[in-house]
Structures are given as structure tokens and as C-alpha cells.
Design a protein around this ligand. Structure first.
Ligand SMILES: [Ca+2]
Length: 327
């Protein structure tokens, strides 16, 4: 932009050069004084334009230099450090170039609520056959888990089918970026950014949006803390884990706060890796067991337990229907 301004000034000066020569000696004094004044005035205007362009350029450069971290995450970092996370580690984490504010993912919390999830296609012949193949492939692990946790392998498989199509669609969003962005909604600048991105589908007043955004921020902050504790414990780089727009992760789509109480090492390697099938299966079974599932539970009890996994009645009915078809 500076180059462009200088070029423009140079070109105009060149155009004015012969005119200046004429001013210097080839015209009468009176006319020459008038033309010199005009030339001086033109030069002043050009200087002002140049200075103005440089000021505009400097301002835009300062704005461009403000990273997502500067704009949205500084207060979140301070909260994490106040709550006991290592300041140097938090600083190093948020300095990384792949830290971005996920406007789209956050906005989904405010525009996704109208539609009802349809699970009916999971009971079609093709899906059921795939689930049967999955049970056959993982028979040893599923049998062991069924014996130790007392949860039928058909139910565990049904949940894994619906959550991630048997582990094939675990999400593409950075869990860390998603949770950090939602947690950052206690920052007015972050709320403004999301509010401006919403279209008419949001159907919210600004006041309602702000209230909901602050609630989501508190929820996501708890999830973010659990996520950072989990990744530190398992020695995983937080930025390598992908998940849903809401931060649900792995084959069973656990939220991070579910990992400590319900996550289970099914593979026997001493770690809980929710992207490992045996760990995912054991974790789903453990979740159901800890919410009251027993081998002899009746249908009503089973529905109540699965409801903890997902609060949708349609989801619960679908899981049990798929489970029946897998028997
Ligand atoms: Ca494991």
C-alpha cells in the first residue's frame, strides 16, 4: 500500500514536472506566481493524501496483528492460571499458530435447536449389517466387557453405531479450539463476534443471547479444564484431538468431564484412549453400569439409564431397537 501511494505521488509529480518548468521561466510573472501557488497547493494535497494513506495502513496493520488470542482468549488464559494450571504451559499452548476462535462452531449452539435428530436410518438393513460385522470383528473385547461390566454388547455396539457410525465419524473440529471458543463467551468481544455471525435462524434477542452465551461459557470452561487435565495425564497434545463442534470426543463421543468418572481402559495398556475401540467399548459399558445398568434390568430401567447418555427419547428408543436387531 505504501508502494502504491509513493508510485501515485511519483506519477503525479512527473505529470506536473513540465508544468513546473513552464512556471519557472516561460510565463509572465503574474501568471507564474499564480501557477506556483497552485502547484504548491497541489503538492500539499498530495502530501496529505500520502500521510493519510500511511495512517490507514498502520491502523489496519495493527488490527491484522491482533491474533485470535489477543482478541478473545487472554481472559480465559488468566482464569485457567488462577485455577491452578501452569502459567508457562498455558502461555505456550495459546501461543501456537493453530489456536483459532471457532465462530461457526460456537454459533451452532444458537441455531441448531429447532430440528429433531432422526435416528431411523440406523435401523436399516445396511446399518444393522455393518454393526453385526463390527460385533464379529470385536467379539473378544465385547464378550469380555459384557462379562465384566454386565452390559450387553448389543447395547454398547448400538451406542457406538449412533454416536460415530462405529467409530468412522468422530468429528473434525479441534476439541481444544471448540471448548476454548465457547468458554471465551464470557468475553464481550467474543460474544459480539458470534452475535454478528448469527442469521435469522437464531431467533434470539441480544439479551437472551448474552444470557445463554454466559451459561454455555461456564459449561465449556468446566469441560475445557477436564480436557486439559485428561490430555496432561495421558500425555496427549491437546491440539491433536478432534471431535464434534461441541467438544464431544472419540468413538463414544464422551464430553471431557465424563472421562475421569466413566472412562475405562479396555485394551489393557494402562491408558484411556477414546479413539481405541476396546477403550471406547469399555467406557460406554462403564458409563451405563455406573448409571445403574444391570444384566437383568427391565426395559423401563434400561431406558432410564440410556437417557443419561443422551436426553432424547428418540435416541433412547433407537438404541434399544438397534440392540434388539443385533441379537
Ligand atoms: Ca487403553
Amino acid at each position: 500500500m505504501i508502494l502504491s501511494c509513493v508510485t501515485q505521488y511519483y506519477l503525479i509529480a512527473r505529470i506536473l514536472y513540465p508544468y513546473k518548468l513552464a512556471v519557472m521561466g516561460l510565463v509572465a510573472d503574474k501568471k507564474r506566481i499564480m501557477l506556483e501557488k497552485l502547484h504548491h497547493c497541489t503538492r500539499s494535497v498530495l502530501c496529505l493524501v500520502l500521510i493519510g494513506s500511511i495512517v490507514v495502513l498502520s491502523t489496519s496493520m495493527v488490527h491484522a496483528a491482533q491474533s485470535d488470542r489477543d482478541l478473545y482468549f487472554i481472559s480465559l488464559e488468566k482464569r485457567l492460571v488462577t485455577d491452578g494450571f501452569n502459567a508457562a504451559k498455558i502461555d505456550a499452548l495459546f501461543q501456537r499458530p493453530d489456536i483459532t476462535f471457532q465462530t461457526r462452531n460456537v454459533s451452532l449452539f444458537f441455531i441448531l435447536r429447532k430440528g429433531k435428530m432422526d435416528h431411523s436410518h440406523y435401523t436399516d438393513t445396511k446399518s444393522i449389517q455393518k454393526a453385526k460385522n463390527y460385533m464379529h470383528k470385536h467379539q473378544t473385547d465385547l464378550d469380555r466387557i459384557e462379562t465384566t461390566a454386565g452390559v450387553q454388547k448389543t447395547v454398547v455396539t448400538a451406542i457406538i453405531l449412533v454416536e460415530t457410525r462405529l467409530g468412522t465419524t468422530v468429528g473434525k473440529s479441534s476439541v481444544f479450539n471448540s471448548l476454548s471458543s465457547i468458554a471465551a463467551l464470557d468475553n464481550p468481544t467474543a460474544r459480539d463476534k458470534v452475535w454478528k455471525s448469527l442469521d435469522d435462524n437464531a431467533d434470539l434477542t441480544r439479551q437472551t443471547f448474552d444470557k445463554k452465551a454466559k451459561q454455555k461459557s461456564s459449561w465449556a470452561y468446566r469441560e475445557l479444564k477436564a480436557f486439559l487435565k485428561y490430555t496432561a495425564k495421558e500425555n496427549i497434545d491437546p491440539l491433536t484431538i478432534k471431535g464434534s463442534f461441541a467438544g464431544a470426543m472419540g468413538i463414544p463421543q464422551f464430553m471431557p468431564t465424563n472421562i475421569e468418572p466413566y472412562g475405562k481402559d479396555g485394551s489393557g495398556d494402562g491408558t484411556i484412549d477414546l479413539f481405541n475401540h476396546a477403550d471406547a467399548q469399555a467406557s460406554v459399558a462403564n458409563f451405563l453400569k455406573k448409571h445403574g445398568w444391570k444384566p437383568g434390568s427391565d426395559r423401563k430401567k434400561q431406558k432410564k439409564v440410556i437417557h443419561h447418555y443422551n436426553h432424547s427419547d428418540d435416541y433412547v428408543d433407537s438404541i434399544l431397537k438397534i440392540s434388539d436387531l443385533l441379537k
